[in-house]
Design a protein around this ligand. Structure first.
Ligand code: ADP
Ligand code: K
Ligand code: ZN
Length: 433
């Protein structure tokens, strides 16, 4: 049932006690870094001030900008001799962010990944294909180490080349896959083009999907297409990468591993805690990282705590699927819109295919939201009236959800260009730089 029963089912009281101990250790360790040493000295902060998890509220926040400003070594607590790996964001604008790990950190991360995969029902008898870029991004090696720690037969497939992915699946009898959700609609189309049905022509049973926002509708579609159970995986490189929070087989929120992370949900404006169960910004503190601890890191991700205990018996809190990032939200015609609201509407409409794109643009002096929607095969058969009717249906359903009227354009399957990594859902042409 559990990878580490003693940790996963700790009574809340004992879990909090463990957190306080680890938080104090983390503060002491952090003060070995130039950044926290200076910051905490200036504010007179020491680990002795902490006797309850709530005391974390007295500590200052850490932001992505802090990481950039102190690039590359300002957060490092140990000499390079101790460090065995770094992961880094691309940093096309300004300094990248970089996270360093020592031996302990890599082992701890691999264990959390194994715990996460086990929690989603994956076992050492599974053949696990990791469809994800290897390299500086965390989804490749992060999963790889976890899959091996769990003991699955791992296939480090890397991203892209769907025909090769399908061949690997069929040659080796892949049973479990990790991929970003926006890729899987495309993969399914390639199966179809090859005259294959993944439900019949593969042994697939479990998908792990994450790294980008997606809706419940998207998950259900993926499950339906491939005949699998799909579990949501959440993480961010600043907190190692994948393995931060994962769905268990209940599929009712993501357990966030509280022996490794202290979490807060705060109002992004006031930075005060929101009541349990309400949405706010996830703020995280590492509790088991040595080379580069981060304290009160503002993730910008919006979620909420699901207050009820989970039926699976794990006591670690669950977070709701990420509603978006605070910087994803856009304002159109005076309405605040998250891309996932639009996705939710679109994927409830059966005629809608696997991809969509939102463009914000000024047309004749007014800001407009243009929603390009791929429809399923066979819809471009010359029946204009049928397409017009579908356009009207989609337009009114999006307007009902986000309160602003979009301009909907139906396009053929595959018409929306696909990037290499995470899907780009919104293009804002209004911002003239
Ligand atoms: P980058 O910042 O380059 O995208 P990361 O891999 O660190 O690199 O991205 C982490 C971010 O991806 C998270 O902060 C979150 O916004 C998003 N993310 C990761 N997993 C999920 C998920 N399961 N659902 C929604 N968003 C996710
Ligand atoms: K095995
Ligand atoms: Zn559970």
């Amino acid at each position: 049932m559990f990878w580490e029963k003693e940790f996963e089912t700790l009574r809340r009281k004992d879990l909090e006690k463990l957190q306080v101990d680890r938080l104090k250790k983390t503060i002491n360790q952090a003060m070995e870094s130039p950044f926290y040493k200076e910051l905490y000295a200036a504010k007179g902060i020491t680990a002795e001030r902490i006797s309850d998890v709530k005391d974390i509220r007295e500590l200052p926040f850490t932001t992505k900008q802090d990481l950039r400003n102190h690039f590359p070594y300002g957060f490092l607590t140990q000499p390079k001799k101790e460090i065995i790996r770094l992961h880094s964001s691309s940093g096309t604008t300004g300094n990248p962010t970089v996270i360093f790990h020592n031996r302990h950190d890599i082992a701890s991360w691999a264990n959390l990944m194994a715990r996460s995969l086990f929690c989603a029902g994956i076992r050492d008898t599974d053949v696990f294909q990791n469809i994800c870029g290897y390299g500086l991004f965390t989804g490749g090696l992060g999963f790889q180490y976890g899959i091996e720690r769990l003991g699955c037969l791992s296939i480090p497939a890397g991203a892209g080349n769907s025909l090769r992915q399908i061949k690997l699946m069929r040659d080796y009898g892949t049973t479990a896959i990790h991929a970003i959700p926006s890729y899987l609609g495309r993969l399914y189309e390639v199966f179809q083009a090859e005259g294959l049905d993944p439900r019949k022509d593969t042994d697939l049973r479990i998908f792990v999907i994450g790294a980008e926002p997606h809706t419940e509708e998207q998950r259900r579609r993926i499950e339906e297409m491939f005949g699998v159970k799909a579990y949501n995986s959440f993480g961010l490189s600043e907190m190692n990468g994948p393995g931060v929070a994962f769905e268990c087989t209940e599929q009712a929120g993501l357990h966030i591993w509280e022996d490794a992370y202290l979490i807060e949900i705060l109002d992004p404006e006031t930075l005060e805690p929101v009541p349990d169960g309400e949405f706010g910004e996830l703020v995280m503190t590492t509790l088991d990282r040595q080379a580069m601890p981060l304290i009160r890191y503002r993730t910008r991700d919006l979620t909420r705590i699901i207050p009820e205990p989970c039926a699976c018996g794990r006591t670690h809190a669950r977070i709701d699927r990420i509603a978006g990032r605070s910087d994803d939200m856009f304002i159109i015609k005076g309405c605040n819109v998250f891309p996932m609201q639009v996705e939710g509407v679109l994927l409830r409409i059966p005629e809608v295919g696997s991809d969509y794109r939102i463009t914000l643009e000024e047309i004749n002096g007014a800001d407009e939201m243009i929603v390009e929607v791929e429809v399923k095969k066979d819809w471009f058969n010359g029946d204009i009236a049928r397409l017009e009717k579908l356009t009207r249906v989609i337009t009114s359903q999006i307007r009902d959800e986000v309160l602003a009227k979009p301009i909907v354009r139906l396009v053929e399957p595959g018409a929306i260009p696909k990037g290499k990594g995470k899907a780009v859902r919104v293009i804002d042409k209004r911002k003239q730089i």
